[in-house]
Ligand binder design. Structure first.
Ligand SMILES: CC(C)(COP(=O)(O)OP(=O)(O)OC[C@H]1O[C@@H](n2cnc3c(N)ncnc32)[C@H](O)[C@@H]1OP(=O)(O)O)[C@@H](O)C(=O)NCCC(=O)NCCS
Length: 222
């Protein structure tokens, strides 16, 4: 097993409050609930075979994805999403809490972004939010499992200062987290509020546009 430690790269989650908002400001991450299952399903079913392999470690058929989405336990885990203007999920991050071992608490993070929305910082923002949530829920270690060929995810992990262990074409990336503080708690609260507000605006805009469209034929006929 070959271990690469990027000790020169400071983990993003140990920076000060201002840095916690680093990354594109227009990417807003909202916490999802069981009410979002249908949108989650649409998101995951839109991933092609290559993306399913990268996200789930194997090319999973639709029925496995359906089962995965149906059984997500929102009371135990946390799922984050980034919505586009059509209220579709452009990106999804799943933070799954692993059983605690003494004082050590680990959470595993999995992420996917629709192909059409990549390269805009959505994956990084979802990771950043998962790291802050982990800190705020007493997680000491954030973990990502991915293929070594997944150069984009490897890049995000290295950028965050994760310690990476390689074996047989797969990589385990670990980030040791500092305990929660006022900044991390405030940062998460503000991010969530901004995302909820943004979602509400998008929903109203969509309703207004639908209403307008329903009057259009009348307007044209008149
Ligand atoms: C990995 C994934 C989530 C990234 O999402 P994204 O929204 O495009 O990511 P971001 O835009 O935040 O960041 C991409 C970063 O990788 C870099 N990047 C893009 N393609 C790259 C490549 N081929 N090699 C190395 N770096 C690459 C970008 O330049 C950017 O870096 P920067 O922030 O320093 O500028 C997305 O590609 C995806 O859903 N892939 C399929 C599923 C998957 O691989 N999940 C991860 C395993 S759990």
């Amino acid at each position: 097993m070959n271990t690469l430690t990027l000790s020169t790269v400071e983990p993003i989650v140990s920076k000060d409050r201002a840095s916690l908002f680093a990354g594109p400001a227009h990417v807003l991450v909202r916490e999802l609930t069981a009410l979002d299952r249908e949108r989650l399903l649409t998101h995951f079913l839109a991933l092609d075979e290559d993306d399913r392999l990268l996200r789930f470690g194997q090319v999973v058929p639709d029925r496995v994805i359906e089962n995965y989405v149906r059984t997500i336990d929102f009371k135990r885990d946390t799922v984050f999403g980034v919505f586009n203007s059509k209220l579709e999920l452009s990106g999804v991050g799943h933070l799954a809490y692993l059983p605690a071992e003494g004082d050590k608490r680990t959470a595993e993070f999995g992420v996917s972004v629709l192909e059409s929305a990549r390269g805009q910082g959505i994956g990084s923002k979802l990771f950043e939010r998962a790291a802050i949530r982990s800190r705020n829920t007493h997680v000491t270690m954030l973990y990502i499992h991915c293929l070594t060929s997944n150069s984009t995810m490897m890049h995000i992990a290295k950028k965050a200062g994760m310690k990476i262990e390689y074996a047989y074409g797969e990589a385990d990336a670990y980030l040791t987290l500092s305990p929660a503080d006022q900044s991390s708690i405030l940062a998460e609260m503000l991010q969530e509020q901004a995302a909820v507000f943004d979602y509400a605006l998008k929903r109203h805009a969509r309703q207004a546009s639908r209403l307008f469209e329903s009057f259009m034929p009348v307007a044209v006929a008149a």
